[in-house]
Write a protein that binds this ligand. Structure first.
Ligand SMILES: *Cc1c(COP(=O)(O)O)cnc(C)c1O
Length: 391
């Protein structure tokens, strides 16, 4: 599907983010082919900045069967958008609205005894017990695990909840050979066995996220939780996934400067020769990292050009080179800041390198001011107005 003419007009005049949901669908298919387990689409943080609803539809089209999120508000948003699939939310504080979660069929992760106690106010919840498999970040410690399983079994026998899953998360899955992964897998296997020995019968066993799913079959179990992979990020770099974002912006001004001219805040760049500068109306408020100043490149008329001077809140300056002629960039020409890389344009991964960070941080940090166009989007599901009361 191509964007409507109106959308293209808008794209010509504003910095614009194009989200390709066909890439998401293809990525889910690629990942699904790598495992016999179920694929949970983790659409947290507005689906890594790509738009929850569009990415959720595209993920289902690619074979994902359910959703994962990191708070109940994200889960309720999915329900309000009409999604009836299973949804698991982890990372909730003990005073989260678990009664509303139960009422709307949201499953929750239980990372410890205090969280289990908090669920007494929400009978009927389906829960996934969460074991810390080596992050020391979230989940129950091995010391707490036995008690957690025992109390959960008691609560289940009393009809208060049902334990449908056991989950863990690997700390170093982007480094497939790392010993920590072997330890995490072993601890998860122990945790699952312990839960079963204590009378629990969880059908869902899930440890692997994107990197482990693509590079470590021993971590697969019955389901993978896929977030970054949906939008084309594979930290294990073992499979070619397809980035789903393209960011473009028009040149709002082109100027000619002479050798020795200093450019931008702090005069951090000085022109080594006469040249032409192009101005883009986007900056760090839109998610372009300031650390990429004087390092990044963009694509102007099929050529890469360097970003010069400081990236400021609303503006980025590009050295267009000294050439002059009918083929040179003009005010109004569209510049590609990043994209999938098909035409030689920089990728979000390169921007991440220039900013000494992860691609995840680039794509989730893109600002609300960018005009957004979603292409390849399947028809929207019917909305369910009865859910609009949910916070
Ligand atoms: C974000 C998250 C995922 C998804 O991880 P990716 O590497 O982005 O696929 C899986 N599990 C948990 C617990 C998460 O927080």
């Amino acid at each position: 599907m191509t964007p409507s003419p109106a959308a293209v007009d808008a794209a010509g005049s504003l910095p614009t983010l194009v989200i390709d949901t066909a890439a998401v669908t293809a990525n889910v298919r690629t990942i699904g082919a790598a495992t016999s387990g179920e694929v949970m689409a983790v659409v947290k943080a507005d689906a890594f900045g790509h738009g929850t609803v569009a990415v959720a539809h595209a993920s289902l089209a690619g074979g994902a069967t359910r959703f994962g999120v990191t708070n109940l508000a994200e889960a309720f948003d999915l329900r309000m958008a009409g999604f009836t699939e299973r949804i698991l939310s982890w990372l909730n504080p003990t005073d989260a609205d678990f009664a509303a979660a139960a009422a709307h069929g949201i499953e929750v992760a239980v990372p410890g005894l205090s969280h289990l106690a908090a669920l007494r106010t929400a009978p009927g919840l389906r829960v996934h017990l969460q074991l810390d498999t080596g992050m020391a970040r979230d989940g129950a410690t091995p010391e707490e695990w036995v008690a957690l399983c025992r109390e959960a079994a008691t609560a289940e026998a009393a009809g208060l909840l049902s334990v449908v899953g056991v989950m863990g998360h690997l700390p170093c899955a982007d480094r497939p050979g790392d010993l920590a992964n072997e330890e995490g897998r072993a601890r998860f296997a122990w945790g699952l066995r312990t839960a079963q020995e204590l009378g629990l019968t969880p059908a869902d066993h899930h440890l692997a996220a994107t990197a482990a799913t693509l590079s470590d079959p021993a971590s697969h179990h019955s389901m993978s939780r896929i977030g970054a992979g949906l939008v084309g990020i594979d930290e294990s770099r073992s499979v070619r996934l397809r980035p789903a974002l393209t960011l473009t912006a028009p040149l709002v001004q082109v100027r000619r400067i002479t050798a020795g001219t200093s450019v931008g805040y702090g005069h951090s760049w000085e022109a080594p020769r006469d040249t032409r500068l192009g101005l883009l109306a986007l900056g760090y408020a839109d998610g372009l990292p300031r650390l990429a100043s004087n390092r990044a490149e963009v694509m102007v008329a099929h050529r890469r050009r360097p970003v010069v001077g400081r990236i400021s809140m609303d503006m980025t300056i590009v050295d267009l080179g000294p050439e002059d002629g009918p083929d040179e960039a003009q005010e109004g020409d569209l510049v590609t800041v990043f994209g999938p890389g098909d035409a030689g344009e920089p990728s979000a991964a390169e921007w991440a390198d220039w900013a000494e960070t992860l691609e995840h941080e680039i794509v989730t940090g893109l600002g609300p001011r960018l005009h957004r166009i979603t292409v390849g989007e399947p028809p929207a599901a019917p909305t369910r107005p009865t859910l609009t009361r949910i916070r």
